[in-house]
Design a protein around this ligand. Sequence first.
Ligand code: HEM
Length: 217
Amino acid sequence: MLLTLWFGLLAGLLSSFVSAEANAVYQDPDTGLVFSSNYQLYKVDRGITFRIAIPTDVQSYTSYDAVVQVVVPNDVGWAGIAWAGSMPRNPLLVAWRNSQNQVVLSSRWATGHVPPQTYTGAQYTLFKTGTKSNSTHWQFTALCKGCTSWNTDTGATRYLSPRGGNRLAFAYSPNKPSNVNSATSTIPIHDVFGYWQHDFTQATNRDWATVVERLTV
Ligand code: HEM
């Protein structure tokens, strides 16, 4: 526990040193989407890149689609995103590679700091374009429906702001889930987690419907 905290703090401190990278605008040559991009260290010398793209003209306090692109070093067992920046009670995305080295995306929800269960309120569609691997990294790109709003325990609805920063969180484990070929597998606990403010203002895409439709086929 202390070790996790220490790594979390260290990663937080180190990532503030590479703040030149924070919320960089990334024009993806593969998908044609514009993402805002953040790099999060999970080791002293290694990090995961988290990118978000959204449509333009999204009203605040509405649910809207998002595309998430994540670039992951090969030593990562699973990597996760918490869409509201903490583990409990918000949509979680957990990603790993199966026995054929294909990306598995698992939509989860945690009621506390306990193993998260499958969550049907958010659905991910993996795009072939923008999902690839090489000798050092794997990358996936996926559409998410249901990641920018969710219901709280009290029945209220929470929304991510399409303008400005949203606090996101990540978690990392060097270990893979026990059954890598099943999206509902139990997953081992993380070694490291961290937080950042992700700027959604710079993540907007004018031709959203056309581009997303092309990527979905
Ligand atoms: C078997 C699976 C998991 C277990 C047993 C677990 C357990 C825990 C525990 C005990 C803590 C508190 C750690 C501390 O205070 O030092 C924690 C924190 C955290 N976990 Fe998990 N976790 C799991 C999966 C996940 C996943 C899949 C994500 C994200 C996708 C995640 C994100 C976080 C974050 C961001 C924190 C920091 C505290 C917070 O913001 O709530 N965890 N987890």
